[in-house]
Design a protein around this ligand. Structure first.
Ligand code: NAX
Ligand code: K
Length: 511
């Protein structure tokens, strides 16, 4: 699991390092600049020149340190300081002074010989301290870096490509597009969330002497990037002396006439993710079609007619007896009473419940029904459903994904999965897990149904929250990557995620 820190948390960690862990800022900057120079050297062609573009803050200070190390190694280095030198931070100022001792002279951008193929541009204009859209000389410097890159020079960004907002992954215009970004100490949200992740190029994290102890002292949401070993490690190896009861029974409340495939995909995904048993409860006129998709699916008919409502409560309570997890929502017939039914059901059940699709839309009008839940609740909205849950526009949700998902999770005391590129899993305790698997081929009908089925299966196998959920998300994405490798992104359909992706994944992980 890789720790990710926001700009404010980086400042707190720096303070902790300086005041309590014997690592003054000047030393952190020295280490950062040295790491930056190392990566810049790797990107250069034989005899390549270096152009280091520095801003007024500590990001510029890192650039000045990198320039010094590059000069010390005998490379041809030009340094440009953009902005008012009188406004330099004390650390940057000190490094400007130190650079003079190495013969480096700050020069105006226009007077530089334009770098080209084989040369490397170090972007040290702005890092985590960017507070507004770059304008004037700063915008010009960013445009120049872009121009040089188009002419063949490689660009390495110090910490964050200048113009990118490190807390969200959103970018101002103009923004540097980098070939590589050197993340100092810890990853930043903007390096892992799109479009930032793409603007960063290859992200290389370097240790700068800010240990884990400093990171443990920061406040606010705790962010992590999930790695393959984390997800694999969550899944238990099956013991010989076990039976289907060991692996849990999932109740799936899904499907309706015309949407029986949704229920089938949830159920098959749960069965292919290790659930011992799966039972679907659905309207009588849909049950046969749901079960016809797979011989392993058991069924319970919901005899009432029309949208799900209070009239289904007793049947659903009976269906939930002896079950270990509930997945509800995909393809259900939704009506005005569906939200109240879900609230009542959750107030009586102790098993973990995953709400997806129309179950989310059903509770969106009155989210307070979720507060009555006895057992743990997991919501798995896509951005449109998240917009309905929060009363925001989809665009607003997408531009503040981290904030929106963590606020909903902590506000309701539930686990929330905000789907999309870089799916976020926020737990009620403030932890947020960023997922890096998956591909655009998974933007296809039924893909979300598969995810809710995997979530249900892992919960039924008694894997704790939130681990079960970020593991399900990681596995679902990697299953998509494996399936896309065989089908192409265009050819990928949701069923492939189950039959090819998940199965290949479990083999790869020895599970
Ligand atoms: N926090 C830490 O522990 C460490 C931070 N370091 C570096 O310090 C960086 C953060 O430094 P700072 O907080 O000084 O911030 P930055 O260097 O990112 O930039 C902040 C400066 O730019 C100005 N500014 C912001 N947006 C502007 C805009 N659009 N136009 C013009 N001026 C603008 C601010 O007023 C401030 O003077 C990190 O990204 C990293 O590179 C490293 O030296 C290592 C240690
Ligand atoms: K930068």
């Amino acid at each position: 699991m890789l720790r990710v820190l926001t700009a404010a948390q980086m400042r707190q960690a720096e303070e902790a390092a300086e005041q309590r862990h014997g690592m003054p800022s000047a030393l952190l900057m020295e280490n950062a600049g040295r790491g930056l120079a190392d990566v810049a050297r790797e990107l250069a062609g034989p005899g390549g020149r270096f152009v280091v573009v520095c801003g007024p803050g500590n990001n510029g200070g890192d650039g000045l340190v990198a320039a010094r190390f590059l000069m010390e190694g005998g490379a041809k280095v030009s340094v440009s300081l953009v902005g008012d030198p009188a406004k330099l931070t004390p650390e940057a100022e000190r490094n400007l002074e130190a650079l003079r001792g190495f013969g480096g002279v700050s020069r105006a951008l226009e007077s530089l010989e334009p770098p080209s193929a084989g040369d490397v541009v170090v972007d040290a204009l702005f890092g985590t301290g960017l507070s507004r859209a770059p304008a004037g000389a700063f915008a010009e410097a960013i445009s120049a870096i872009q121009r040089w890159r188009r002419a063949g020079a490689r660009v390495v960004a110090a910490d964050v490509p200048s113009g990118l907002q490190s807390d969200t992954g959103e970018s101002f215009s103009p923004c540097v597009e980098a070939d590589a970004t050197v993340a100092f100490g810890f990853l930043k949200p903007g390096q892992v969330l799109e479009p930032g992740a793409t603007l960063c190029g290859r992200v290389r994290r370097v240790d700068i002497g800010m240990g884990g102890a400093s990171a443990r002292e920061v406040s606010g949401a705790e962010l992590f990037v999930v790695e393959e070993s984390d997800a694999r490690g969550t899944l238990p190896v099956r013991k010989a002396d076990t039976h289907k009861g060991t692996y849990g029974h999932v109740l799936v409340v899904a499907g309706s006439r015309g949407k029986t495939g949704a229920a089938a995909l949830v159920s098959k995904a749960a069965l292919r993710s290790g659930a011992g048993l799966v039972t679907v409860a659905t309207r009588s006129d849909a049950l046969e079609a749901v079960q016809s998709h797979s011989a392993e699916i058991m069924g319970i008919p919901l005899e009432a007619a029309g949208p799900l409502g209070m009239g289904d409560l007793d049947a659903l309570l009976a269906a939930a007896e002896g079950k270990d997890a509930l997945v509800m929502g995909p393809g259900i017939p939704r009506g005005p009473g569906t939200g109240a039914l879900i609230g009542e059901l959750l107030s009586r059940l102790e098993i973990p419940a995953v709400l997806d699709a129309d179950a989310l839309n059903a509770v969106a009008d009155d989210l307070s029904v979720l507060r009555r839940a006895k057992g743990p609740v997991v919501l798995t909205p896509h951005p449109g459903e998240m917009a309905r849950l929060t009363g925001k526009s989809t665009r607003e949700v997408q531009s503040q994904r981290l904030e929106v998902v963590s606020r909903l999770a902590s506000g309701l005391g539930v686990t929330v999965v905000l789907k999309g590129d870089r799916t976020l899993t926020a737990h009620s305790d403030g932890r947020v897990f960023i997922n890096t698997t998956g591909n655009p081929g998974m933007a296809t009908g039924g893909s979300g149904d598969v995810l809710s089925g995997v979530c249900g299966a892992l919960l039924a196998q008694a894997i704790a929250l939130p681990n079960a959920i970020w593991t399900a998300v990681y596995s679902h994405g990697l299953a998509g990557d494996l399936a896309a490798a065989r089908r192409g992104q265009l050819g990928l359909v949701a069923g492939d995620l189950i039959e090819q992706g998940l199965c290949e994944l479990w083999v790869r992980w020895g599970r």
